[in-house]
Design a protein around this ligand. Sequence first.
Ligand code: ADP
Ligand code: MG
Length: 705
Amino acid sequence: MRPIELTPLFASLQSLTGIGPRLILLMRKCVNLPAGITEPRVLDLLWHLPTGVVDRRAEPAIAEAVPGSIATLKVRVLKHKPPPRGNNRAPYKVQVEDDTGKLDLVFFHAERKFIERQLPVGEERYVSGRVERYSDKLQMSHPDYIVPPEARGDLPMLEPVYPLTAGLSGKIVQKATRQALERLRPVPEWQEATWIKARAWPDFSDALQRLHKPTDGADVSAGGAPWQRLAYDELLAGQIALALVRQNFKSRPGRIVKGDGSLRAKLADALPFALTNAQREAMREIEADMGAPRRMLRLLQGDVGSGKTVVALLAMAIAVEAGGQAALMAPTEVLARQHLETIGPLADKAGLRVGLLTGREKGRGRKDILDRLASGDIDIIIGTHALFQADVVFRDLAFAVIDEQHRFGVHQRLQLQSKGNGSGTDVLVMTATPIPRTLVMTHYGDLDVSRLTEKPPGRKPIVTKKIPTGKMEKLVERLRTQLADGAQVYWVCPLIESSEVSELAAAEERHAHLVQLFGKENVGLLHGGMQDKAKDAAMEAFSSGQLKILVATTVIEVGVNVPNANIMVIEHAERFGLAQLHQLRGRVGRGTRESYCMLLYKAPLGETAKARLEMMEETEDGFLIAEKDLELRGGGEVLGARQSGAPGFRVAEVPGFEALLTAARDDARLLLAADPMLASPRGQALRTLLYIFECDEAVRLFRAA
Ligand code: ADP
Ligand code: MG
């Protein structure tokens, strides 16, 4: 159960005074919510950290005020100077003074009543804002604050600046945040005393207080003590949660899944090629894991096209040889079908019975699949998260493959595993994202890793070139020649941040343009907003060669296999991350044709974008690219994770991330070795930490154990 002192933090933001449904909508837009949470809570606001401060501490006399700077002035109101009648453009001015001089407060489009109420003639006020010189006079237009002397304490002398959205003012966020801070109850210290002392880190509540009510500009810097402390808290929570999941996997007995090799031999016969060394090595590792009396949790990493699917199929065959069933879960419908197309014919030849279960299977068809799964009539089921639904029951799920592409998390992995019949389903996670080793542990914990570093033989290099948008005509000419020669082209349209609508519009516009150039019958369109049927039809038409050019938003990133497609055009390539570019490029170069990747960019290129595109020109090695990407970002975000909608960190992306992460991993390891049940006083305190960072799933494992 979540500790009671945290309850106020998990209440809806609406429980704060002044926050109603309208503001909630705006808050939802600008605070970063964890996956699955739609209604922002008090805690989410506390994690909405300032990007800087406005310093109002200068309190000069009027004569000493420096034009251009922010100042807080103590003044007397002298007189009001409303604009002349009939001139709406002229501002409303209020002249104020102190013993050293005079200054005008200036209001455009003023609400007269408001000004009269705020600034009664003859009274004293504190005003804070930017001082300006206008001809030979000093003025302050639209002061940020106007308060009477008795309310001087309400003036934020160091005012935090928050990321905002249209309609949501900094003042509203500040006010709400102050209330949120009052909801903090004392929590036990979960960090080691010597560790925080050495770094002069504040305790948890102090850290939040100092970030939201800074008393020093350095307080809100991501390199400052308060932020660093919270970053470490988050990383430690993550590392402990992952270690617990893993510990749980290991502590519960797994089953020995051993086959006689008969199905694998049939599959090998059916395959038109020999396995690469990397594939063979991965199979050896997987076979050893499955055959051991513990649970398997292994990550299979390999570039798109490196042959992961074949490995998955052979591994699933082991489970079936051993008398069990296997499941392969894909992140999207399209991918699930693609897997079925690849695996189906091979499986048929080996006598494996394969089924498909996605959100689209309904009614009679779905029931039929469920019956056959329960009776053991299906050996291998391929599907989407439809496989999680409660009424999906296996006769004996021995092995699950999760084709991840960033779309699942620890939670889903636990869920699918729970579909096993209690004796411990082995799990293989596949990812096409070449995550650098340092980051594997952040996102997956300390699990076993197999890497397919070598491409299947016979692949030709993909010629990659960056081209300024200005040269699009030349590109079009070259495409014409290529198309005449039987080429097929993917044309990926710009990624536009946070606006699906305009992303779609851009794709439609490009589609129309290319239709004009190449003819309606040759150019298709594929985007996320299309109906499943229309999507399939477009894919099918491209796949069969009927369409020559497929204009697409980034939906194709998640994986389609059209071996004949040999040209990838990426518009506004400068807006994509390296990992995404790499994944997109992986869609071509699968057949026998010479392949090309054209990176269209809008000049001038920023330095980082330039480095990215040049890296793409230089190499096709996904692991190298991933390391470079990490270097360019210098942060903890997994490559492309943000673009593809995976939940990132709340506060951990700070300078020094990697060092903090390594420390957190070691800390978690030592800690769990000494206190595997988190029963010690520090262990108990850490449970609170896990709840704060919403790793409840991990805490729950104690009860399951
Ligand atoms: P991934 O799942 O890693 O993207 P796939 O398993 O889909 O890659 O393989 C990509 C293509 O390479 C498929 O057409 C597959 O048949 C082929 N392939 C896989 N392994 C080999 C191999 N050892 N030799 C030749 N071709 C292979
Ligand atoms: Mg594949």
